[in-house]
Design a protein. Structure first.
Length: 392
């Protein structure tokens, strides 16, 4: 019996390798680590541990797919209750790669290390089931706690990054880093600086603001400070620059799919900068009604991603709408980065609906006297109502 395990190299998934043999009787465990823009160090660590503990290990790249997904997130100004959706968007992509290997390996089941309390189990399994695989979730099925896992790991001579003193569960990819667990589970507890790795404390960030320019083509960022960059490099660079200025920290209460509320901490400098810039450019080129309607679409879109339901036909329908709106989202935005904030300070597009000639205080192209007629009718019903109200 052979199991393929989605493997991050962290505590949960490493413990799973041993449990799959010990408690489930698999005689072969194959680990798969999917690169969705992990730091080189993390990736090598997962690979090294996979090779050491499992019978066979694969490291596969999904960078290209994930960057494409990030572009979709930018076009959709992805945001679920204030969360930039990094983990959520990565899961189905990781799952597809794992299922591919499972097919190649003729595995009897696919396993993952998610708990029964979070969203990731749903996102992974939707894809595994789509490919017809039996799913095994040891942490959920054996009802394990992190404390038990740490003890189990020790007994089995497994080196673990998490310790009882610092038992944070971290998930990171190119778009965001999430930190949960341990003391952070108390929403009234103020997180210590040490939980952050991508962002500097704004107090210690540069005293001088930094001005950057981002070029977009059809809603997708293509250049930073006039230098053309591919998606991966552009996002990595913005994570670095934004992190230096302390941009992109979120501490929030989030509604998980299961209905549980959770306290979540995130870091996402590039996401904050790019979505702020993208929104700003959209305000220049999209019509008032497009903007208003797109907010509704964005919310629905983000919820589908959060729920791991990107296989829904509605997801494709919404993407078609979004792509149509992005045809004109071409131009650039300048932002000032300073002390935790990314502020748009200038923007330009050949498709701007904005007209300086019409709006300026200094021109007469539009006869402002004509507005008097408009104004006469404006608010008519309200004025009548205010009169009638006296009779109540
Ligand atoms: N709350 C986020 C989400 O549902 C982040 C989850 C992080 N996952 C983890 N295994 N630490 O997407």
């Amino acid at each position: 019996m052979k199991a393929v395990l989605a493997y991050s190299g962290g505590l949960d998934t490493t413990v799973c390798i041993f449990l799959l043999r010990e408690k489930y009787g698999f005689d072969e465990v194959v680990t798969v680590t999917v690169d969705i823009g992990l730091p080189e160090k993390e990736l090598r660590r997962a690979e090294e541990r996979g090779k050491r503990y499992a019978d066979k290990h694969y490291t596969v790249s999904a960078r290209k797919e994930f960057v494409e997904a990030i572009f979709r997130m930018i076009k959709a100004n992805a945001d679920y209750e204030g969360y930039v959706l990094g983990t959520a968007m990565a899961r189905p992509i990781i799952a597809e790669k794992v299922a591919e290997i499972a097919k190649k390996e003729r595995a009897d089941a696919i396993a993952h290390g998610c708990t029964g309390k979070g969203n990731d189990q749903l996102r992974f399994e939707n894809v595994f089931r789509q490919h017809g695989f039996k799913v095994i979730a040891p942490v959920r099925e054996l009802n394990l706690t992190r404390e038990w896992e740490i003890e189990y790991a020790k007994q089995h001579g497994i080196e673990v990054p998490a310790t009882k003193e610092r038992p944070f569960s971290v998930d990171e990819n190119l778009w965001s880093r999430s930190i949960e667990g341990g003391k952070l589970e108390d929403p009234s507890f103020v997180p210590p600086e040490e939980i952050y790795e991508w962002t500097r404390d704004p107090k210690l960030s540069p005293e001088e603001p930094e001005i950057i320019k981002i070029d977009f083509e059809k809603g997708v960022p293509i250049a930073l400070n006039d230098e053309k960059l591919d998606g991966f490099n552009l996002i990595s660079k913005l994570n670095e620059i934004g992190g230096k200025h302390g941009i992109g920290r979120t501490d929030m209460i989030e509604d998980r799919v299961l209905g549980l509320k959770a306290r979540e901490n995130y870091e996402h400098p590039a996401a904050s900068i790019l979505i702020t810039a993208h929104r700003d450019l959209e305000r220049l080129v999209l019509s008032r009604r497009e903007l208003k309607f797109k907010r509704i679409v964005e919310e629905e879109w983000s919820e589908l991603v959060y729920y791991g339901l990107t296989n829904e036909p509605l997801f494709e329908d919404l993407n078609a709408f979004i792509d149509k709106t992005q045809e004109r989202v071409t131009g650039w935005v300048k932002l000032k980065l300073y002390k935790g904030l990314a502020m748009p300070i200038a923007r330009h597009s050949e498709f701007a609906l904005y007209s300086e000639e019409l709006v300026s205080f200094d021109t007469k192209v539009l006869d402002q006297k004509l507005a008097e007629g408009f104004s006469t009718f404006h608010g008519l019903q309200g004025r009548i109502y205010q009169q009638l109200k006296r009779k109540l």
